[in-house]
Design a protein around this ligand. Sequence first.
Ligand code: P6P
Length: 326
Amino acid sequence: MQKGKSLATFLQETTSPDLSRMLLSIAESTKALSHAVRNIGMLNLSGSTGETNVQGETVQKLDDFSNNIIMDLCKASGVCAGYLSEENEDMVTLSPEGRFIVSVDPLDGSANIDIAAPVGTIFSIIPRVTAPGPVTHADFLQQGDKVIAAGYAIYGSSTILVFSTGEGLHMFSLNSDDNHYYKTHTHVSIPSNGKIYSLNQGNLSKFETVSQQFIEWCIAHDKPTSRPYSLRYIGAMVADMHRTFIKGGVFLYPAAIGEKKGKLRLLYECIPMAYLTEQAGGRAINGSQRILEIMPTELHERCAIIIGCRDMVGKYMEFAGAEVNA
Ligand code: P6P
């Protein structure tokens, strides 16, 4: 296949110098992570550090390594004022004069590493709202509609960088020969409907009634609407969402007993994926509200999410009786 435009050239032609610099720094970090993920044994990065992160999870060596790589490259960019990560309890000031706030899940789905299944990096970029100097909560706790760029890298059978700066969804593949990203898809649009639903069905009995009704609907026999749909679940949001962009479908991590706001994190999982999904013509809600309209109140707050094809999310909304203007 003819190599597409390089990431550097594409950004130079379409994006401001500052934002290009920010995105190229993140892209460089994903190259290092792609290499680390594929050489974990040789680099002695398997196993845990023995510490526990803000989520109460045991920190894997690779989680720590990933977080440090991304944070260092964001700092080196000189344009990143503040950094928030699933691995850091609090926000971090990097370049006090910088324009951007970056929220990151450095290694989404890291439990998949042990079984050589896909993992990834998810990020969102918003402009700081306070004067130069140490970043504040106000800089991070902004609605998703303020996002100016977001994306993810998936480290799967190939490494693909997917991002948007507000002008559609673009995909770049990492060429292992020269370690550069080359465009493979531009203005990707998610199919309006699909035949795949994606969630941890083991939680079914804990879900709220509306989610149980929607799942029952997905698996009911109805030839005219190609049901029952297929269940696909990889256990890494980045991989389940990448499939959704390519093949269509709906991904759900809804509210459940004991997880009133779901499991996934608003700032560095749900908002970036919701931004990308809307750029591709899909929808993303928390069950009653558009994800990008939610006003965050805590750095690591969780958020229920139903995201993907317009018509499939619309069907969920019918069960929810939601008038979501998503
Ligand atoms: P469960 C990975 O830990 C993650 O944050 C997402 O990437 C993924 O979609 C979800 O949690 C998987 O959660 O409860 O099904 O293992």
